[in-house]
Design a protein around this ligand. Structure first.
Ligand code: FAD
Ligand code: SF4
Length: 210
């Protein structure tokens, strides 16, 4: 008997090591951490790859599948995506927020139009409030071919984007243009119209003509 422990048998070790294993790694595709922390659920790695390839309009169209306000988000979003960016372990986070703002502004400058709008479904939806939630809902419904009508208590669209966020942080020019783009898709906004009875509003919308 030698006094050195003999090396483990890596080919046939019954208790775990070696090539004979009962447990194998499981590979699962997940979204990268930036996507899962983006409140708009954007396909960030997808549009960043397009932007990197110089395909700016395609990158913008991909953002617009999820978020109708890239010029606004690129300015005021708290960019939680960047907090979770894996790149920070190498040097610093990818500047997702700045690229989003650039693409949003390019779209406004070049008057890019939203693609893939479905034909009219003949259905109508009443939305209360023209803040970012109501406007985003109307945008997605319009893309799906539905008619959306927003009843807004105030005299202007944008909600707290307009009345809360200061203009030095969110210039009204870009905000107004992104709202106008949604209106140009056929979304109608009735201003100075506070909703107090939802069922009555709904009945009125159903009786009205397009
Ligand atoms: C001072 C301030 C600064 C902010 N800064 C930032 C920022 O830097 N970044 C950021 O991401 N977020 C910021 N936010 C938060 C952001 O503005 C809100 O999260 C966002 O506006 C919420 O959108 P919303 O559509 O749900 O509601 P709102 O923006 O409140 O919109 C609701 C809309 O509904 C209308 N309405 C309400 N009741 C009725 C009714 N009965 N009938 C008809 N219309 C009705 C209102 O007039 C309003 O236009 C800020 C908010 C404030 C107040
Ligand atoms: S900056 Fe843009 S991509 Fe990042 S979390 Fe905000 S909306 Fe999403």
């Amino acid at each position: 008997m030698g006094d050195i422990t003999s090396p483990p048998d890596l080919k046939g070790h019954a208790e775990g090591t070696g090539p004979i294993r009962k447990r194998q790694p499981v590979y699962t595709d997940y979204l990268p951490p930036c996507n899962s922390t983006c409140p708009a659920g954007e396909n960030i790695q997808g549009w960043l790859a397009l932007a990197q390839a110089g395909e700016f309009e395609k990158a913008w169209q991909l953002i617009m599948q999820d978020n109708p306000f890239p010029a606004v988000s690129g300015r005021v979003c708290y960019h939680t995506c960047e907090d979770k960016c894996n790149r920070v372990q190498v040097d610093s986070t990818v500047s997702i927020h700045a690229v989003e703002r650039f693409l949003g502004d390019e779209a406004l400058k070049n008057d890019w139009q939203v693609g893939n709008i479905m034909p009219s479904s003949g259905k109508r939806v009443l939305i209360i409030g023209a803040g970012p939630s109501g406007l985003s809902a109307a945008y997605h419904l319009a893309k799906m071919g539905h008619y959306a009508e927003i009843h807004e208590a105030g005299p202007i669209a944008g909600g707290m984007m307009h009345f809360g966020i200061p203009a030095y942080r969110l210039p009204r020019h870009e905000l107004d243009l992104e709202v106008q783009r949604i209106q140009q898709m056929g979304v109608s906004i009735v201003f100075d119209h506070k909703v107090t009875d939802v069922l009555a509003e709904k009945a009125r919308l159903l009786l009205s003509r397009f």
